[in-house]
Unconditional design. Sequence first.
Length: 380
Amino acid sequence: MSSLALSVLLSLVSAVAYAAGAIVQERVATTGDDRSLAPLRNRAWWAAVALNGGGAVLHVVALAFGPLSLVQPLGALTIVFALPMAALFVRRRAGATAWRGAIMATVGLAGLLALTGNSESHSLNGTDQLIVAGVTLGAVALLALISVGVRRPVVRSVILAGAAGIAFGIASVFVKTVAVGWASGALATGLPALVAIGGFAAAGMILSQAAYRGAGLTAPLATVTVVNPVIAAVVGLTMFGEQFRHGTAGTMLALACAVLAAGGLILLTTERLGSEHRAAQAAGSVLTDAPVGGTDAEGEVPVFLTPAAPVPATALEAAPETSSSARPLPALMPLDCLGRVAFGPGASSYTGTERRGGSSAGAADPDDAAVQTLTPPALR
């Protein structure tokens, strides 16, 4: 097998490893605990770390056997491999919009990386390392703080994925610095860069894991996949003197590829937002169509209230008397006589001549009949 074919094979296997690691991370975020350090106690998460580490090693080996202009664009196929792998292994199908966004992001990133010039090897000196590390820490911390105040899960995940991509991209820059230092025999100068690599790689893993929580697979993975090499390319263009190929035409084409990749990311984000909106509408319609009634003691099983059937009037008229010896109801007392009711053991002393105003003249009114004394039950 030729070195070019071996480089292509290693690049493809590296992309598959990255995609598998992203799928495992997304599953851990979906089924695991919401606490930030909970994935550290999950074996599946460490399997994702191993897959991502294996992908990085294979990518570096592929660079040793093939040109950068070929290996870097092939690494952008991660998002394209992740969609069918997710449908095959975790039954998570992607719609047509997600596929269009993934292809746009991959083609745009591949074109951008292919147009990046391959200059001679450079490395960051001590001062440049401090500047790059400080700016990166500030940018990552700022994005993490911004994500705290964002309520939409997809938008928050894209911000966290962007921070993770920045951390991974700067870690790649320090990897190149260490490789150049070791190639020149200066092993001691690479120790600060190794510390930076470990710190930024760990931060990228934690941030990317948080990015998969509640946002699905495609949008966070595409953001990390695009931002990572773009940040590394920006550092190469600004600090290593690298340039786009083919002069002004190549620069314009590279900008067009960057716009295409950004459009793919936006399409993936809006596709996920649309899915959330449809799910919210479906939940609202279910609540609206819920039957009128109550719930049981557990609050789970609905209780349907069935109105009682009306009783026909004929049934009321034909109802027989329950007891033939029942006494008839007494005649209702006039309301104005309530003030003349006497409570006591004996007969009433009311003679029918007193009136409610205190007057005693005149004949007795027909309504002023003698009122029987109401004796309390205790004295009966």
